[in-house]
Design a protein. Structure first.
Lengths: 184, 139
């Protein structure tokens, strides 16, 4: 009787139920460790892919900045050259200005640079009373441009600071103020 | 714990470990490549900022010439005489109109290029056109 009981309990005094549980722990443990390892690797890989996407987005943004800057240069050169009378006026007043026709205004406000169309959406000169009386007086204007990429990407707005000097006002400098977000 | 279970567990673990090491190897190579690309892209940006600083400083020192073509030609000569930073390749030329500069900046090992157009008129280097010129241009 005692020998039979000893055989049922097991050699080391472990019950048969506990013995079965011990017998199956290695495979689940290995599977769990493998799963953790794989998930860790995959999360690292997804982080790397995210970084690659971020870098590609930054590259696209810098290309857009290049096009914006070139467009601003083109537009300011046109204003400085043929349409200097518009420099002290806000964009809203350009349509009623006597020195430019509707066709010229349309040609001025829209253009293309680096195969990317752009549109002038804002010209806000700062009011400076001394500009009219003192030739060396300086004033500024904010130029707002909208880039409309042809490849289906969203239109981007960028702003520029234009330094004006003298009477009649003339362009002295052009500085980028950065992107102003996605156009509505 | 049977022998077959031990063999299966070690097989699963060793296969997953080998796959993980392979993935980690790929990830580390991608991270290194991305870091290099980021550095080159920043180098390109720094080159562009430096060029614009030089352009602005030259423009402030220069006096307006008789026309924009002359101003662009002089700016081209002055800017071409300066060397770009190491590793950067700069291509500076006149636009077909002759009144603006075209800048193309590239860096070794990066497919990306930076391309910008600069008008001397935007820096106050072109004189105001005469009324006759304006009438001719707008007619």
């Amino acid at each position: 009787m005692a020998g039979h009981l000893h055989r049922r309990v097991g050699i080391r005094g472990v019950s048969p139920i506990k013995g079965n549980a011990e017998a199956g722990f290695l495979l689940p443990l290995a599977s769990l460790a493998s799963l953790v390892m794989l998930l860790g690797c995959l999360s690292m890989q997804s982080m790397t892919l995210q970084n690659a996407q971020r870098l590609a987005a930054l590259s696209r943004l810098r290309q857009a900045e290049d096009s914006s800057m070139s467009a601003a240069q083109q537009l300011v050169a046109a204003l400085q050259g043929q349409h200097r009378c518009l420099l002290p006026l806000a964009l809203e007043q350009w349509t009623t200005a006597a020195c430019i026709s509707a066709e010229q205004l349309q040609a001025l406000a829209r253009g293309e640079v680096n195969s990317t169309p752009y549109e002038l959406v804002g010209w806000r000169p700062q009011a400076n009373a001394t500009l009219a009386t003192e030739p060396a007086a300086e004033a500024g204007a904010e130029l707002l441009l909208e880039l409309r990429p042809l490849d289906g990407q969203q239109a981007l707005r960028s702003a520029f600071a234009v330094a004006l000097q003298g009477n009649p006002a003339a362009v002295k400098d052009l500085r980028p103020l950065g992107l102003r977000g996605i156009a509505p | 714990m049977t022998l077959s279970e031990t063999v299966m567990a070690s097989l699963v673990f060793s296969l997953t470990a080998a796959a993980s090491v392979h993935v980690l190897d790929l990830v580390s190579m991608s991270v290194l490549e991305l870091e290099k690309r980021q550095q080159r892209s920043d180098q390109l940006e720094a080159g562009l900022v430096s060029f614009e600083g030089l352009l602005r400083s030259e423009s402030h020192q220069a006096v307006p010439l008789e026309d924009c073509s002359q101003a662009a030609g002089r700016l081209l000569l002055v800017l071409q005489s300066t060397l770009p930073a190491q590793g950067l390749h700069r291509d500076l030329s006149l636009e077909p109109s002759g009144e603006a500069l075209q800048l193309t900046l590239t860096v070794d090992g990066l497919g990306q290029t930076r391309h910008r157009i600069y008008h001397p008129a935007a820096y106050g280097l072109c004189p105001a056109p005469s009324p006759v010129e304006v009438a001719r241009a707008t007619s």
